[in-house]
Structure formats: structure tokens, C-alpha cells
Design a protein around this ligand. Structure first.
Ligand code: AMP
Length: 282
């Protein structure tokens, strides 16, 4: 496995014509890897001939008051894990390799990015779309893998690929959870025992919503109220947002129907966690 921050080297390796056709799979990450990331890597290994993983904590997707400085980092262990999975190439550039001092071009998706996490984190998806554009241009993958845990991110990337004609297929894989159903996240390691306990309220709220909807409830207001009750019963939880939206355009639903996304972001003892569920209502 080659580990490099050198853009030219990645280009040469990732695009080298070996044999007639070779599918390049790509998993972009910010490191501090867990089984959620590895599920994407495993799928890429299954479906592609050459697998590239990037580890890059992208500063431009963090707001000024966010946790860029203390975002978890565990490079050595990440490399061990990726080696074990049989990854071919790890791209881990330094910030200055990705952003020159007078960097001045950004990719801004202006519709889907306004909702949910975009409203709570202005500029976040602009940072994401910009770095993914750069990574796609460097790696030039055939297939790129993203997690449903960051549903809105995957949707923005799909839109970007469609609107800007990137020759890449985007695959979105299910959220990997801990045994007690907390969605795996690099940030989970910061949860102290009581916070870890309270963090279960995200899944509990989603589960309750699913049950209410399965039983026939179609009014978002009622479902959201019940979800709010679950979350506010935890002393360390503070809701950032909870929403029930159309899963294709992220617009709020007046009546729950079709492909619906229930999404939430909750601060647990000041650590921001997100989770979501997709329902197909006949
Ligand atoms: P991150 O390192 O947080 O930027 O995540 C890199 C990729 O891993 C993104 O496509 C995420 O959606 C995906 N990912 C993160 N957590 C999970 C999870 N629990 N299950 C599946 N995919 C995940």
C-alpha cells in the first residue's frame, strides 16, 4: 500500500492504464477511521480493481466556531486498518498541498445545501463540494463511495456530479452502527460515559418516528413533537434541528408520503452528532 501526499504521484498511480480496463474505487475520509468508513472500503475492494482512500481534514468545511482544531486524528492506526483491508493507495495531503495561499475557486451547490445541516453550518457544503471536486480531479475514480449517515452530503455530491458532468458513479451505503445503535462517527470517542448514554436518544427518536409513521401517523408536526420529547428527556442533549423532508429535494413535508427523510442533529454535551432514516411511504 502506497501512502503519499504527493498529488502527481496519486495521479500517476490512480490513472495508470493497467490492462485494458481497470475500475478505480475511491473513499474520501477525514480519518479517525471506524467500521463505517471500512464498510465503504470493503465495498470498493469488492467492486473495483484499484482502491484509493483519502485522509484529509478539510479546513474549509469547518465553520470558525467548529471543532477543526480538535477533530480526532489517528493516522497510524488508520494506515494499519487500511493496509489490512488491502487498499492500494492512501492519499493524505497537507493543507498547503491542497490550498495555496491565494486559493480562490469554490464549488457551491445552492439548493440542497440550504436545508438541514447547511442551515446550521453555513458554508459547510461549499467546503465539501470544493474538496470533493479537487479529490475527484486528482484521483479520477470510476466509483466513489459515501455513507448514508451524511445523507445530505451524498445528495449534494450526486447533484454536483450530475450538474458538473463528473465521470464518476456515486454509491451511497447504509449507516454502520454500534451494538446499541448509535451511528458510528469519528466524534463518538469524545463522548464521556453519561454523554455516551444520552447519545442513544438520536436513534431512539428516529425509531419512535418510524413506529409512529408505520402505525399510520402522517403529520410531521406530531411525529417531530414526540421525537423532541425523547431528546429533551436527556439532560446532556440539545437539539440543533429535527426535520422530516422529501428525501430527493430536502423540502419540508406537510404530509409524510413518498420517499421521506427524517434527519436530526443533536449536541450531546457540546459534541454535534447527526443521524437519519429514510422511509418509503406508499
Ligand atoms: P468522514 O471521515 O466523517 O468525512 O466520513 C467519510 C465517509 O464515511 C463519508 O462518506 C461518511 O458518510 C462515511 N461514514 C461516516 N460514518 C459512517 C457510518 N457510521 N456508516 C457508514 N458510513 C459512514
Amino acid at each position: 500500500m502506497i501512502v503519499t501526499g504527493n498529488i502527481k504521484k496519486v495521479r500517476e498511480m490512480s490513472n495508470a492504464p493497467i490492462g485494458k480496463s481497470r475500475a478505480v474505487g475511491f473513499v474520501p475520509t477525514m480519518g479517525a477511521l471506524h467500521q463505517g468508513h471500512l464498510s465503504l472500503v470493503k465495498r470498493a475492494k469488492k467492486e473495483c480493481d484499484f482502491v484509493v482512500v483519502s485522509i484529509f481534514i478539510n479546513p474549509i468545511q469547518f465553520g470558525p466556531k467548529e471543532d477543526l482544531q480538535c477533530y480526532p486524528r489517528n493516522f497510524k492506526k488508520d494506515i494499519q486498518l487500511l493496509k489490512k483491508e488491502g487498499v492500494d493507495l492512501v492519499f493524505s495531503p497537507k493543507i498547503k498541498q491542497m490550498y495555496s495561499n491565494n486559493f480562490s475557486i469554490f464549488v457551491d451547490e445552492i439548493e440542497l445545501s440550504q436545508a438541514l445541516c447547511g442551515r446550521a453550518r453555513p458554508g459547510h457544503f461549499k467546503g465539501v463540494a470544493t474538496v470533493v471536486t479537487k479529490l475527484f480531479n486528482i484521483v479520477r475514480p470510476d466509483i466513489a463511495y459515501f455513507g448514508q449517515k451524511d445523507y445530505q452530503q451524498a445528495l449534494v455530491i450526486k447533484r454536483m456530479v450530475r450538474d458538473l458532468n463528473f465521470p464518476v458513479k456515486i454509491k451511497v451505503l447504509p449507516t454502520v452502527r454500534e451494538k446499541d445503535n448509535l451511528a458510528m462517527s469519528s466524534r463518538n470517542i469524545y463522548l464521556k460515559p453519561k454523554a455516551r448514554q444520552d447519545s442513544l436518544c438520536l436513534y431512539q427518536a428516529l425509531d419512535l418516528a418510524k413506529k409512529l409513521i408505520e402505525k399510520g401517523q402522517r403529520r410531521p408536526k406530531i411525529v417531530l413533537e414526540k421525537m423532541r420529547e425523547v431528546i429533551t428527556s436527556k439532560s446532556l442533549a440539545k437539539i440543533d434541528y429535527i426535520a422530516i423532508v422529501d428525501a430527493e429535494n430536502l423540502r419540508e413535508l406537510k404530509v409524510i408520503k413518498g420517499k421521506a427523510l427524517i434527519a436530526l442533529a443533536v449536541y450531546i454535551d457540546s459534541i454535534r452528532l447527526i443521524d437519519n432514516a429514510i422511509l418509503n411511504i406508499k
